[in-house]
Design a protein around this ligand. Sequence first.
Ligand SMILES: [Ca+2]
Ligand SMILES: [Ca+2]
Length: 178
Amino acid sequence: MCIPCTRRCICISAVALLIVGIITVIIVLIATIGIPPSTPVNRLCVTTINQTGFLCDDREACIPASQVCDHRRNCANGEDEQESLCSDLPNSLPGHLIFYCGNPRFWIYADKRCDRMNDCGDCSDETGTWASCPPCGPQWWRCTMAVFHEYCACIPRSLCRDGVQHCLDWSDEYVCLR
Ligand SMILES: [Ca+2]
Ligand SMILES: [Ca+2]
């Protein structure tokens, strides 16, 4: 207590009041807007359909790699489009989001590897050693190579026996059963 109050005492009281005021303002701000989530250090995640993904700041949303730097805000706060990620593609992207094709001058997003579609243009994302894709699966027919370069070694069974050659060995028209 400072009675009778001196000039020094008034000064100390003012500082104490100021500190209490600042703390009160901080508490009110935190209560109002909440504590901002810290950025996840490792954004590697797997999407619901088993694609390589990018983890948003909320640590729940996992977007496919190809939605990063596609000029659309897919994460709630748009962190998938931040300049530090997108300023120098593909070098500015985390390594897990990209796949280099047989010709290393070309790259694709990691979720385009082993998706059955020929994204590299030379099928290195589907049949290449580095891609190491799993077997075609029941919905697909495996042939040596697709005639049209939309697909590589796996073509959709819906294209079997449709009167159009899709496999180099014609197996889609003469062997494959839908
Ligand atoms: Ca995006
Ligand atoms: Ca592909």
